[in-house]
Design a binder for this molecule. Structure first.
Ligand SMILES: N[C@@H](CCC(=O)N[C@@H](CS)C(=O)NCC(=O)O)C(=O)O
Ligand SMILES: *[C@@H]1O[C@H](CO)[C@@H](O)[C@H](O)[C@H]1NC(C)=O
Ligand SMILES: *[C@@H]1O[C@H](CO)[C@@H](O)[C@H](O)[C@H]1NC(C)=O
Ligand SMILES: *[C@@H]1O[C@H](CO)[C@@H](O)[C@H](O)[C@H]1NC(C)=O
Ligand SMILES: *[C@@H]1O[C@H](CO)[C@@H](O)[C@H](O)[C@H]1NC(C)=O
Ligand SMILES: *[C@@H]1O[C@H](CO)[C@@H](O)[C@H](O)[C@H]1NC(C)=O
Length: 216
């Protein structure tokens, strides 16, 4: 049975999964959930995601939620079977460094950036004004994070030195920040960070997603 992703094609976390599925060479079907009511319904909470979030994924009857957990599941099950792309290496120490940077991504990057994107992109799409206090605070926090990234990425193409799930997890939110929210300056003024972004955003699978889901 085809892998099903319950979610929405504009959702950043769903885009992470679509990207992983493509990198692993897997076909999938999107069950598009268009309204808040649908993902807060008793049926959805009971069978897909008890916290009422997207994405949730079904693979041949196995149901799982939370993006990073789904990502590891897909990689553990399918990496190497259809494509040669490695998102988590088998070497224990290399894998640990991928995990380290996934924790960095979740804690210091996506945490402030997701709040910034809610204000600058999703609120606007719903005809609401952004909260400028949140915009300022999260932009400042992200600015500090990217200062550290600028040093971490010196002389390196990727966070661990090789492309991995850690880099991939940054792509949808960064795409929104640069191409939709108008926050490109945070990336542009940092040569190592922008070299990294240019490289990871030009992956074939990601470019296909941008076209397929009309993101820009
Ligand atoms: N921790 C969750 C976060 C998922 C999440 O925040 N999804 C957003 C869309 S990108 C969502 O469901 N928003 C709707 C809501 O919170 O009602 C994960 O990693 O999957
Ligand atoms: C959600 O919207 C899409 C088109 O935007 C439509 O094809 C789909 O059937 C809708 N899904 C539901 C569950 O209403
Ligand atoms: C946000 O910061 C800008 C300057 O960067 C300032 O002009 C504005 O007043 C600040 N807004 C809030 C709500 O703090
Ligand atoms: C970002 O950080 C730099 C220092 O690295 C600082 O000069 C700049 O004012 C900061 N910008 C914002 C928007 O906080
Ligand atoms: C970023 O890379 C350049 C070389 O492109 C290097 O000269 C610079 O020191 C690096 N920046 C930081 C903050 O490490
Ligand atoms: C990204 O970097 C890798 C490794 O250095 C290189 O092989 C690849 O061609 C680069 N891709 C782009 C689009 O810059």
């Amino acid at each position: 049975m085809t892998i099903q992703v319950f979610g929405h094609t504009t959702s950043t976390f769903c885009l992470v999964l679509f990207h992983i599925l493509k990198e692993l060479g897997l076909s999938y079907e999107v069950v598009q959930l268009n309204s808040t009511e649908e993902i807060k319904s008793p049926e959805y909470l009971a069978t897909k995601h008890p916290f009422g979030k997207i994405p949730s994924l079904n693979d041949d009857g196995f149901q799982i939620y939370e993006t990073r957990a789904i990502a590891r599941y897909l990689i553990n099950k399918y990496q190497g079977t259809k494509t040669s792309t490695i998102l988590i290496p088998s070497d224990v120490q290399k894998a640990a460094l991928v995990e380290q940077f996934i924790s960095v991504e979740a804690s210091y990057f996506t945490q402030p950036l997701s709040k910034l994107i809610v204000q600058l992109v999703f609120k606007k799409r719903h005809g609401k004004e952004p909260d400028l206090k949140i915009v300022n605070e999260t932009r400042e926090e992200l600015n500090k994070t990217l200062d550290v990234y600028e040093k971490l990425l010196e002389g390196k193409d990727y966070l661990t030195g090789e492309f991995s799930l850690a880099d991939l997890l940054h792509i949808p939110y960064t795409f929104y920040a640069i191409n939709i929210a108008g926050e490109s300056e945070l990336w542009d003024k940092r040569p190592n960070v922008s070299r990294w972004w240019k490289n990871i955003s030009e992956r074939e699978c990601w470019k296909n997603i941008v076209t397929e889901y009309k993101l820009a």
